[in-house]
Design a protein around this ligand. Structure first.
Ligand code: NDP
Length: 291
């Protein structure tokens, strides 16, 4: 049976590793060890006390940490413990430049590094229906495709760093849609229009988006703001998108603006709040709740 390892059992990693444990011999490690022990009890994975123990002898390694900085901090240990031929699938939403650098370092240790961030949120992770966008060696990806048990769609998007670049731009678009819808709905509410009625119309019209169809009705209008994807992580992704724009010497004034707005919202509202709580800043600016 193929042995796989998973480092980082957060909101995404915990359910993703659960799908692996059903099909492969799965070792899990988490900074806070109680989560790994809980995972072992719930899913039959093997909780490891340290990173090297998890990685040693594994054929495929998955990581899902907040940023590339936390991934880089584990790299020496991972590469020191890795068997030659290990494929490292990094599902963090990370930095393209960090992926390129780590792919080179990994190759020197006989390891293939793939940047493989995911989309679909915690509900997609629970259901095993995530989309994975992969940068790096296409042949290595084909070799590990059968182990991507948490995914419904896997797309090779280019060389090292391309997966992280696509993910960052996708999330910048999420931020744009969310913020713009928030501005529009706050204005309508101030004008005396019922927000739910406005959403009914928008969602049957050309202004609709995932923000108007799902996020705002389920999380903002209800005032629930359940924390499944932290605002600080969305601000981080908008920052990565800006670096993608600048590295390509592209002109993207809206993406520039949304990075500042997400960073400001994380500072003002709280980085550990749900990403939809960015709209609380719009509410303050307008002295108007969106509901
Ligand atoms: P969480 O904050 O829920 O989990 C973060 C994980 O990283 C935890 O396991 C945490 O361990 C671990 N961690 C944090 N700091 C360190 C460190 N210094 N060293 C080792 N481990 C550390 O994040 P998510 O699961 O939400 O996000 C993970 C990645 O996936 C991010 O890049 C995010 O942008 C991306 N993503 C998130 C989505 C979502 O809907 N939540 C959707 C798609 C992508 P501990 O338990 O000890 O805190």
């Amino acid at each position: 049976m193929t042995t796989v390892a998973f480092l980082g059992l957060g909101a995404m990693g915990y359910p993703m590793a659960g799908h692996l444990a059903g099909q492969f011999e799965t070792r899990v490690w988490n900074r806070t060890p109680e989560k790994a022990q809980q995972h072992a009890a719930q899913h039959g994975s093997q909780a490891c006390a340290d990173v090297a123990e998890a990685v040693r002898g594994a054929a495929v390694l998955f990581t899902c940490l907040p940023t590339s900085a936390e991934v880089d901090a584990l790299a020496d240990t991972v590469l020191g413990a890795a068997s030659a031929g290990l494929v490292w699938v990094d599902c963090t939403s990370g930095e393209p430049a960090a992926a390129r650098a780590l792919a080179v370092r990994a190759a020197q240790a006989g390891v293939v590094f793939l940047d493989a961030p995911v989309s679909g949120g915690t509900s997609g992770a629970d259901a095993g229906t995530l989309t994975v966008m992969v940068g790096g060696d296409a042949g290595a990806l084909d070799g590990v495709r059968p182990t991507l048990a948490f995914a419904a769609k896997v797309v090779h998007v280019g060389p090292s760093g391309a997966g992280f670049a696509v993910k960052a731009i996708n999330n910048a678009l999420l931020a744009v849609n969310l913020w713009a819808a928030g501005e529009g709905l706050a204005a309508l509410a101030r004008a005396g229009v019922d927000v739910s009625a406005a959403l009914q119309v928008i969602n049957a019209s050309s202004g609709r988006s995932n923000a108007t169809e799902n996020l705002i009705p389920q999380r903002v209008v209800t005032r629930a703001f359940p924390v499944t994807f932290k605002l600080g992580l969305l601000a981080k992704d908008a920052g990565i998108a800006l670096r993608v724009v600048n590295d390509a010497r592209a002109s993207a004034p809206v993406l520039n603006a949304v990075e500042g707005l997400m960073r400001g919202a994380a500072n003002a509202v709280g980085a550990d709040e749900d990403h939809t709580a960015a709209l609380k800043l719009i509410e303050r600016l307008n002295d108007q709740e969106i509901r």
